[in-house]
Design a protein around this ligand. Structure first.
Ligand code: NAP
Length: 295
């Protein structure tokens, strides 16, 4: 049995595969002769790829999101797909709160200001931001990460509104009531552009939008327009609609804090993600139930 592992997957995965007695090599997204693939969220696993990869007994994504994989095609062709839930929940919720605080309290601007030599003395009008403590946080997507963000919000005595298809207030009501709106839905046909011009217009002018889910959930051109027009106050973004490219105008907005898709980027979390992905492969190749099967 041979496993193709994509470059950048932490060595924790290599160890799991070696201990289970499977050969692996690290290389390109070319799976000729491979029985399993350990891939990354930047790997586009579409129907054409899957058709050519019928020998695969699993595609194990090192991510909880699987929007890079055509799940319907995988099911049709009969190739199981797995993800890495839970192990990245806390790290992603932490980064979400970091962006929320940074956007509210203008931290990225403040850092640039001090480095740029602008700080020549304290004054009472310098760097005025928005309160977080006691404000209302609207969480769109009441799953693992959304709930972990809600837990952190309790420490800030925030009122939390949780919305999903199966629970909570309607999205429109959440948008109208929230001081902070944080997105935690998966990217699907239904959630693409879930937040567009209409939704941004419903938010408070003092509101902050945080996105650590997936870029295309937000209509980024509409977001740039809303921020420019002062329809919302600020944003904290870890993901982008046309990642890694930024929509025109986004980088020029000082009220936006930008991060390069680092939600799960901690040493321990990335090692756990790699391990979980490798364990899914070991189970598939041994003909056992795949722990984190999504298709
Ligand atoms: P999860 O536990 O599956 O939670 C997703 C939630 O979204 C569920 O509560 C689901 O509830 C809700 N939902 C799904 N479709 C919806 C819709 N159309 N409208 C409203 N709510 C909807 O997933 P998770 O583990 O929290 O991860 C969430 C996402 O975070 C992942 O899919 C991934 O894209 C992203 N992520 C990003 C990073 C990063 O590095 N920035 C790291 C980890 C994860 P219902 O089914 O009841 O609607």
């Amino acid at each position: 049995m041979r496993v193709r592992v994509r470059p950048g997957v932490p060595e924790a995965a290599h160890r799991v595969l070696a201990e289970a007695g499977f050969e692996f090599d690290v290389g390109a997204l070319d799976v000729a002769g491979a029985d399993a693939l350990l891939c990354l969220l930047t790997d586009r696993i579409d129907a054409g790829f899957l058709e050519r990869a019928r020998r695969l007994r699993i595609v194990a994504n090192m991510a909880v999101g699987t929007d890079n994989i055509d799940l319907a095609a995988a099911e049709r062709i009969g190739i199981p797909v797995s993800n890495t839930p839970d192990v990245l929940t806390d790290a992603t919720a932490d980064l979400t709160f970091a962006l929320l605080l940074a956007a509210a309290r203008r931290l990225a601007w403040a850092d640039r200001y001090v480095r740029g030599g602008g700080f020549v003395g304290w004054n009472p009008e310098l760097g005025i931001g928005l309160d977080v403590t006691g404000r209302t946080l609207g969480i769109v997507g009441a799953g693992r990460i959304g709930r972990a963000v809600a837990e952190r919000a309790r420490g800030f005595r925030m009122e939390v509104l949780l919305h999903s298809r199966s629970e909570g207030p309607p999205l429109d009501e959440l948008l109208v009531r929230s001081d902070f709106v944080s997105l935690h839905v998966p990217l699907t046909a239904e959630t693409r552009h879930l937040i567009g011009a209409r939704e941004l217009a419903r938010m408070k002018r003092s509101a902050v939008l945080v996105n650590t889910a997936r870029g295309p959930i937000v209509d980024e051109a509409a977001l740039v327009r809303a921020l420019r027009a002062g329809e919302i106050a600020a944003a904290g973004l870890d993901v982008f609609e046309h990642e890694p490219a930024l929509s025109p105008g986004l980088r020029d907005l000082p009220q936006v804090v930008l991060a390069p898709h680092i939600g799960s980027a901690t040493v321990a979390t990335r090692a756990r993600m790699a391990e979980v992905a490798a364990r899914n492969i070991v189970a598939a190749l041994r003909g056992e139930p795949i722990p984190n099967r999504v298709a």
